[in-house]
Write a protein that binds this ligand. Structure first.
Ligand code: SF4
Ligand code: SF4
Length: 252
């Protein structure tokens, strides 16, 4: 029977420490099915100095998961090196300060849903107790809040939850232009360079009212652009009133 590695987070603390001297060092960074969020991709591509296209091509795969009607993007493991993560080095993670949210949270897992109209996600935490991970035998004890703060998870969750609202929405996508809608989802979620090109090089600003200061931010700030993309997706996929139109038309 497969080992059940998910344990409800009970009690106030868990013992854990991960450091270079531990015998299992780096063992957890291989053979992963690691789903990347838009914010993960933004941070990693910036860290590596790559365009969105270059990052997606070099480091990701697109997958269709059972639990989502939208395409997801996973981190491509290195098939020539026994499927280790491409960012593992002898010293640890080469992109540590910009590692994905799931890597930050580990060995904690978070199940979350974002109900329509609610400000905060409903969340449940659990411990991922894998046998190879010796970090649980260490003495250092953490409360959940201490761990989330120490690993910089809260910033990731706050942004990712805005995207969660889109991917878990049960709103009807309509039958028309389904392929175009999935392409739009992919671009606004994962390919920020293309999304910026789309809004600045199409008739977007003739068709939608966007204040001058926000327009400046969209030109220069990737996080603002990404959040704007989420609002755009709610409008273009589900017809929510998140955009102010000048005319009743959508750019092609
Ligand atoms: S298996 Fe656990 S303790 Fe070992 S490197 Fe990974 S997270 Fe750290
Ligand atoms: S991104 Fe870094 S922490 Fe995450 S799996 Fe790869 S090497 Fe490990």
């Amino acid at each position: 029977m497969p080992e059940n590695i998910f344990e409800p987070f009970e009690g106030n603390t868990f013992n854990f420490s991960c450091h270079k001297g531990i015998p299992c060092f780096n063992k957890c960074c291989a053979k992963l099915r690691l789903i990347l969020t838009p914010y993960d991709i933004l941070r990693m591509k910036k860290r590596l100095g790559l365009s969105s296209d270059e990052f997606l091509e070099r480091y990701t795969e697109t997958v269709i998961e059972d639990h989502s009607r939208f395409p997801m993007v996973t981190l491509k493991m290195d098939v020539e090196k026994n499927r280790i993560c491409p960012f593992v080095t002898e010293q640890g993670c080469a992109i540590y300060e910009d590692r994905p949210g799931a890597c930050r949270l580990y060995p904690i897992g978070r199940a979350s849903t974002m109900a329509y109209g609610e400000k905060d996600a409903r969340e449940k935490f659990f411990i991922v107790r894998e046998q190879h991970c010796l970090g649980f035998k260490e003495e250092k004890a953490w409360t959940l809040d201490e761990w989330l703060g120490h690993e910089g998870v809260n910033e990731y969750n706050a942004i990712n939850d805005q995207w969660l609202e889109i991917i878990t929405s049960t709103k009807d996508l309509g039958e028309k232009d389904a392929t175009k809608k999935f392409q739009m989802f992919f671009m606004a979620s994962y390919n920020l360079d293309k999304f910026r090109e789309f809004i600045f090089k199409s008739k977007f600003f003739d068709l939608f009212e966007v204040k001058a200061d926000l327009k400046d931010k969209l030109a220069n700030d990737d996080v603002d652009l990404m959040k704007f993309g989420f609002e755009w997706l709610k409008f273009s996929l589900f017809g929510e009133k998140t955009m102010k139109t000048r005319f009743h038309a959508v750019p092609s």
